[in-house]
Design a protein around this ligand. Structure first.
Ligand code: NAD
Length: 487
């Protein structure tokens, strides 16, 4: 069945009618698979502001109930949604199922969180006084998402925002509007079961960059959580700062793995193959730089070259495919700009851009090695001493994910120490990609500094209020200041 025919069947199952000005194309064969209508940002912000007035007073555990229902609906729709992700984003079915599972996992996490939005109580320096912190809902949250995680990134943000008391506006990637429509159909089912959620609590704002810009500038949006390229973050960050809004930026990476002489090379090889070549190199956490000790480099690189040459590339709907297409021709052009004629095209499905992952050995970290090319290119650098390897790994402008393969405790701990990796994520004996939702996700430097998903990332979606309560009959001032007027 063609991607267009299969998409039509799935959209019908979700009760979605295709139509509107924004077209979606399947990377599998490059053909149009559906259309959506472009949003009216002003109308959306108005409705979100209205919803906030109601939602912020709903008790947080009750807000958690909506997220629990969403998780249940996602469980029921997992297979269909995953198939649509494969059709629209080109991920293999296994990876698409994994993406929906992440949505379910964050819903479960957020339900528990809805009873754990803890503030501190603080000792007051004044007699008969008590201090405490409360966390209050912040306001409408705008989620801007990228094509490569077309639905999970929304869920990471939305599940937390909803339990924190914030309405959600979603501006999905213009390359994956249909999966967003399907998620909204699932949301509507959850809202129907929930019963009394305010109108405008969860909205979709389809469109291209201009729609994103209008939403970013709207003062009714309290937090802009934007996932995408560093270029996008560079545009969005200052615009939101100019109106003193909040941002949570999740931008590009240039992730590295260090392989030490003591490493389990079998383990390292498997992890590197998945991290560098999986999702056709189109993950923010994709492994792009392999920094390998010269004693083990020849053996490791030879094995990787053999695996890269053998890995099955093709229609991501087929069960034995491990690597699907690049998202579009622009992505293919990006790879060609770096590798020229050395790009090995794979003749899989006519109309799609299929490439074999490339390994490029380099002597120095310069030029394209310093940039994120969103395609499967793995640069290999050799090192002699661990400090040199850590310096190489840190000496780029991005700071998302990193890992080390070693069986030497001292090397592993040095890599994780304050003098080690400068990234938001640092792993030992696993690759840099494939995070779990329980940890805070995000990176430093030009990756944007934001953290979303697990741990205490929820705090970004709330405002902190410090309260001092006097239960005495006197009015002592802080720091012992006296301000008495003699009458
Ligand atoms: P992109 O930057 O082209 O687009 C991302 C989103 O931003 C889209 O919805 C787009 O319409 C919107 N957008 C672009 N410019 C905008 C502007 N000026 N104002 C408002 N909205 C704007 O990214 P992409 O090609 O879809 O995704 C790939 C990039 O995303 C890579 O750089 C990748 O590393 C990054 N990414 C990062 C993470 C992370 O968590 N750090 C996760 C996924 C992807």
């Amino acid at each position: 069945m063609s991607p267009a025919e299969e998409t039509a069947q799935i959209l019908e199952r979700f009760g979605i009618k295709s139509g509107g000005d924004l077209a979606s194309f399947s990377p599998i064969d490059g053909a149009e698979i559906g259309r959506v209508a472009v949003a009216n940002p002003d109308e959306i912000c108005k409705r979100a502001a209205g919803a906030f007035g109601e939602w912020r007073t709903v008790p947080a555990p009750r807000r958690g109930e909506l997220v629990r229902l969403l998780g249940e609906e996602l469980r029921s729709a997992k297979e269909s949604l995953a198939r649509l992700i494969t059709l629209e984003a080109g991920k293999t079915h296994a990876e698409s199922l994994g993406e929906v599972q992440e949505m379910i996992d964050i819903c479960d996490f957020a339900v528990g969180l809805s009873r754990q939005l803890y503030g501190l109580t603080i000792a007051s320096e004044r007699p008969d006084h008590r201090m405490m912190e409360q966390w209050h809902p912040l306001g409408p949250v705008l989620v801007i998402s990228a094509f490569n995680f077309p639905v999970a990134v929304w869920a990471w943000n939305a599940a937390l925002a909803l339990v924190c008391g914030d309405p959600v506006i979603w501006k999905p990637s213009e390359k994956t509007p249909l999966t967003a429509e399907a998620v909204m159909a699932i949301v509507r089912r959850a809202l129907g079961q929930f019963g009394d959620a305010p109108d405008g609590l969860i909205q979709l704002a389809q469109g291209e960059r201009d729609i994103g810009e209008a939403l970013v500038d709207d003062p009714r949006v309290a937090l802009v959580s934007a996932t995408g390229s560093t270029a996008m973050g560079r545009a969005v960050g200052p615009r939101v700062a100019a109106r003193f809004g909040r941002t949570l930026l999740e931008l590009g990476g240039n992730n590295a793995t260090i392989v030490c002489p003591s490493a389990d090379l079998e383990l390292a090889t498997r992890a590197i193959l998945f991290s560098a070549a999986g999702t056709a190199g189109q993950r923010c956490t994709t492994l792009r730089r392999l920094i390998v000790h010269e004693d083990v480099a020849d053996a490791l690189v030879a094995r990787l070259k053999a695996l890269f040459a053998a890995v099955k590339i093709g229609d991501p709907r087929l069960p034995d495919t491990l690597i699907g297409p690049l998202i579009d021709e622009a992505a293919f052009d990006g790879m060609k700009r770096v590798l020229g004629d050395a790009v090995e095209q794979v003749d899989a499905v006519p109309g799609g851009c299929y490439v074999r992952p490339a390994i490029v050995e380099v002597d120095a970290q310069q030029g394209s090695v310093l940039r994120e090319t969103f395609a499967p290119i793995l640069y290999v650098l050799r090192y002699r001493d661990l400090d040199e390897a850590i310096a190489l790994q840190n000496n780029v402008v991005q700071g998302l994910s990193s890992s080390i393969f070693t069986n030497d405790l001292r090397e592993a701990e040095r890599f994780l120490s304050a003098a080690g990796s400068d990234c938001g994520i640092a792993n030992v004996n696993i690759g840099p990609s494939g995070a779990e939702i329980g940890g805070a996700f995000g990176g430093e430097k030009e990756t944007g500094g934001g953290r979303e998903s697990g741990s205490d990332a929820w705090r970004a979606y709330m405002r902190r209020q410090t309260n001092t309560i006097n239960y005495g009959t006197d009015l002592p001032l802080a720091q012992g200041i006296r301000f008495d007027v003699a009458e």
